[in-house]
Ligand binder design. Structure first.
Ligand code: AMP
Length: 462
């Protein structure tokens, strides 16, 4: 590269990678409020927070979410850990009785089996990690069920659009162990609905379904496959492919031309085994007891392999086609599938980005908060008083802007206005000498004289 080109390269502006974005103030205040509300509401339901790593072995997600799912087959950000690769290769070379030099590592590389090299993925969801942690920390020894929640970023290589990102945020909860009593399903759903209610999320619609268990679902899937084969020619290429790979997903189709055909397909509710049918009926009863309004949606199947019996999805207004803000369901076999003891499980994940979008669209976002007090000071003595005043006001919990260098009062007041400050505290020689400070209300320009303790009393009473 020529020197000129290198220089030009240096000056290149960086941009966030497509599908990722910066969350900026004042929007971050809304993010904080949403997360704070989650902490508060989930606490009242007896849930405690868990924080799991951002990356995990690829195999964990392949096994839990399912290697045939879109998420695992095409959407994960995966890489190998170079140190781990080299360690594996060196071990292989030594085991084969070879010295370790570049040539032998090369030989080992050729012969090493893939599974020895650790493949790592950025987490596309967190249920698998929470179950891994449940097993790893022997949480089955704790009083059951264990109720955990998390918040944080997830990563999926999806086609970015409004409400769909490659780095997005989820707030989720899981109930693990103990029983699979339908009241647990209903309470988990009640908790999400309470959370949404507290946030005043608009146009909330809860859809529920039961997708059966290992006994009854395969029979229904076969029936569905047989029915779909009869109408194969009328389906689009995606659905045609899914007849073989995962017929349930055909029910998810949004393709206009397929809707008429899908409407004629058999409903899983009519093919549940006795236990699943009883469980589903009781979940509905338990929701009614809690005053949770729902709509039964026999086409709700969810795209992850681990779900069984209860599945649910919640949509909200103002989101266009990506209007699902929460998805969840029961996954009784998952912990066992990951090598743990037989364990019941149910959980949900809320898409926080979409939740925030919906709140903004319906005007539920709080107004940006300006400073409470801007301290306009002039002179050396006033500066010392201003520093002390700032400290006291902040200690009392007020947001204070203390200009680092002296400004003319006119400029200081202009700055206070731009920052949306509610009050300007004017400290000049006169104020310091008399101990009576001037407080200007910026909205109406009125001024009053107050001593330091009167000022604190005045602000506290607002
Ligand atoms: P899932 O883990 O696929 O069940 O998704 C649960 C929720 O996460 C969805 O209802 C969405 O609100 C949200 N979500 C999933 N994928 C994305 C994405 N790529 N961007 C933004 N939100 C997402």
């Amino acid at each position: 590269m020529s020197e000129g080109a290198a220089k030009k390269e240096d000056r290149r502006k960086f941009q966030a990678i497509r599908g990722t974005r910066d969350l900026l103030p004042p929007e971050t205040a809304l993010w904080n409020r949403v997360e704070q509300t989650a902490h508060e509401v989930f606490y009242t339901f007896g849930f405690a927070e868990i924080r799991v790593p951002i990356f995990e072995p690829t195999e964990l997600f392949a096994r839990a979410v399912g290697s045939d799912t879109d998420i695992v087959s095409k959407e994960m950000f995966s890489f190998t850990d170079p140190a781990n690769v080299i360690k594996t290769l060196v071990q292989d070379a030594l085991q084969a009785g070879l010295g370790v030099d570049v040539k032998n590592i090369d030989h080992a590389f050729q012969s090493s089996s893939e599974e020895k090299v650790q493949f790592i993925s950025l987490r596309p969801e967190a249920t698998a990690s929470v179950c891994r942690a449940y097993i790893e920390h022997g949480m089955q020894q704790l009083p059951q069920p264990v109720k955990l929640y998390y918040t944080g970023p997830m990563f999926r290589r999806e086609r970015p659009q409004k409400g769909r990102y490659r780095q997005f945020y989820q707030i989720g909860a899981e109930v693990l162990g103990g029983s699979d009593a339908p009241a647990i399903d209903a309470e988990v759903i009640e908790m999400v609905m309470t959370f949404f209610d507290r946030l005043e999320l608009q146009g909330v619609q809860l859809d529920i379904n039961s997708i059966g268990c290992r006994d009854c679902r395969p029979k229904y899937v076969e029936l569905l496959r047989a029915e779909l084969l009869k109408v194969k020619d009328k389906l689009g290429p995606d659905s045609q492919r899914r007849i073989e790979t995962n017929p349930l997903r055909v029910l998810d189709s949004k393709l206009e031309s397929e809707q008429g055909i899908i409407a004629t397909l058999p409903h899983i509710a009519d093919h549940l085994c006795e236990d699943c049918a009883k469980h589903y009926a009781e979940v509905k009863h338990q929701l009614q007891l809690r005053g949770v309004m729902y709509r039964e949606n026999w086409r709700l199947v969810r795209g992850l392999d681990y779900y069984m019996r209860t599945t649910f999805e919640i949509t909200a207004q103002g989101l266009g086609s990506q209007n699902a803000v929460c998805g969840g369901g029961r996954y009784d076999g998952l912990v066992e599938l990951l090598g743990g003891p037989p364990t019941k499980g149910i959980g949900f994940a809320i898409g926080e980005d979409r939740l925030i979008l919906s709140l903004q669209e319906s005007g539920k976002a709080p107004a940006p908060q300006g400073r409470d007090v801007y301290i306009a000071w002039m002179g050396e003595r006033a500066h010392a008083t201003a520093v002390r005043a700032a400290k006291d006001l902040r200690k009392a919990g007020f947001s204070v802007e203390l200009p680092p260098v002296e400004q003319k009062f006119g400029k200081a007041l202009g700055q206070a206005d731009k920052l949306g400050a509610r009050f300007a505290l004017i400290l000049g020689d006169n104020e310091v000498a008399s101990g009576e400070w001037t407080l200007k209300t910026l909205a109406d320009g009125s001024q009053q004289k107050l001593t330091e303790s009167q000022l604190l009393d005045f602000l506290r009473k607002l």
